[in-house]
Design a binder for this molecule. Sequence first.
Ligand SMILES: CC(C)(COP(=O)(O)OP(=O)(O)OC[C@H]1O[C@@H](n2cnc3c(N)ncnc32)[C@H](O)[C@@H]1OP(=O)(O)O)[C@@H](O)C(=O)NCCC(=O)NCCS
Length: 183
Amino acid sequence: MIFEAKEIILKNGIKAILKTPEITDAETFLNNIRTASGETDYLTRYAEEWESFTVEDEEKWISDNRKSKNNLVIACYIDGKAVGSCDITFFGDMKTSHRAGIGIAIIESYWNMGIGSAMFSELIKFAKEHKGTEILELEYLEGNERGKALYEKFGFKTVCVKPKICKLKDGTYQDLFYMQKEI
Ligand SMILES: CC(C)(COP(=O)(O)OP(=O)(O)OC[C@H]1O[C@@H](n2cnc3c(N)ncnc32)[C@H](O)[C@@H]1OP(=O)(O)O)[C@@H](O)C(=O)NCCC(=O)NCCS
């Protein structure tokens, strides 16, 4: 699926473009997810776990997403460089096609600028126009107050908690909060 380029103005007045990534963005994308995974405990992989992913793997991921009828990726570009992205998967089986799952990650130097809100706003609009979608869902890890604030702002509600889903290198466990929003 493709989201055509749309210009937005962030909280600090900076211009940004939201659009589906191009295959030529694969290296930047891979670097971003490695960077983001090292900057936060709220993504499910450590940075080094991305080492085995190649630019070719990422190119294939972007290409598959662009062609897919079930997945949409929206990335945010500032000065031509991707700084974060979100994605939605419309589940395809007969018993689950009323649901769609959302993920998001932005690199730290661009947090709190309204990028997450701008991407969520477009993703939700897109999902509302997708026939048959009734429920949007996402998960966040314990402690991710910024993520939680963003999701609650857009009407997501925690419907269950799965205990001890992640275990950090220092032995700390994190519960996982599963949220839904009816559209
Ligand atoms: C979580 C994340 C997607 C949010 O994106 P963002 O662009 O920083 O979000 P926004 O700037 O649009 O909005 C953040 C909101 O959280 C609020 N916020 C920031 N820090 C907060 C905190 N510690 N506690 C509560 N609210 C907080 C901000 O005030 C803002 O709310 P507002 O728009 O009402 O003022 C981004 O920080 C990120 O990618 N983090 C690392 C990876 C991650 O956690 N991904 C999600 C996994 S579930």
